[in-house]
Design a protein around this ligand. Structure first.
Ligand code: ZN
Length: 178
């Protein structure tokens, strides 16, 4: 049994932590903080605060935050933007040896893009009971009928990722917006 650092990881119901060392958890927290920085950028633009980064060889090669309202583009999710940028950097649609960090569990569209880009590992912050497609509603990223599966770990810095979303929606409600 691995002794996880306090607050670093919260179990996602039904999905126990895979075998990761405490060192991994330190790294996951480090990178997730950068994904949260991206989410804060979305928040500052009055977008639903979701952020993502893609790490390759210890370097960030893709980053993105939700820009759906700004761009009026239903595909402008944080993960999609980060994936496009990473593919451009690697000059390849195959994002081999990459890890995607995202503050919210990916939706079906993004989970599909993750499968298409062959990303081998996803780390997310907080589960999405309304749209999560890695664990919660669907398991698209771990479906053996598809030609690619990836390792998924949810719950890294979950409280930080969730609190930012909750604060955003509370403010939206207070402003009488939908
Ligand atoms: Zn998405």
């Amino acid at each position: 049994m691995i002794d996880h650092p306090p607050h670093a990881w919260t179990p996602v119901p039904g999905f126990p932590a895979p075998d990761s060392s405490p060192l991994d958890f330190d790294q996951h927290q480090h990178w997730m903080r950068l994904a949260i920085d991206q989410a804060i950028r979305a928040y500052d633009q009055r977008e639903v605060p979701i952020g993502a980064i893609i790490v390759h060889d210890g370097q960030v090669i893709g980053e993105g935050h939700n820009l759906r309202e700004t761009l009026q583009d239903p595909t402008a999710h944080a993960e999609m933007i980060a994936i496009t940028q990473a593919a451009s950097v690697l000059q390849s649609w195959r994002l081999l040896d990459c890890t995607l960090y995202v503050t919210l569990e990916p939706c079906p569209m993004c989970a599909g893009a993750i499968v298409q880009s062959r990303i081998p590992r996803i780390i997310y912050g907080t589960p999405d009971p309304k749209g999560g497609a890695c664990h919660t509603l669907y398991q698209i990223t771990d479906d053996s009928r598809l030609n690619h599966q990836c390792a998924v770990l949810g719950g890294i810095l979950q409280a930080d990722c969730r609190d930012l979303l909750q604060r955003f929606f509370a403010e939206q409600r207070a402003q009488g917006k939908k």
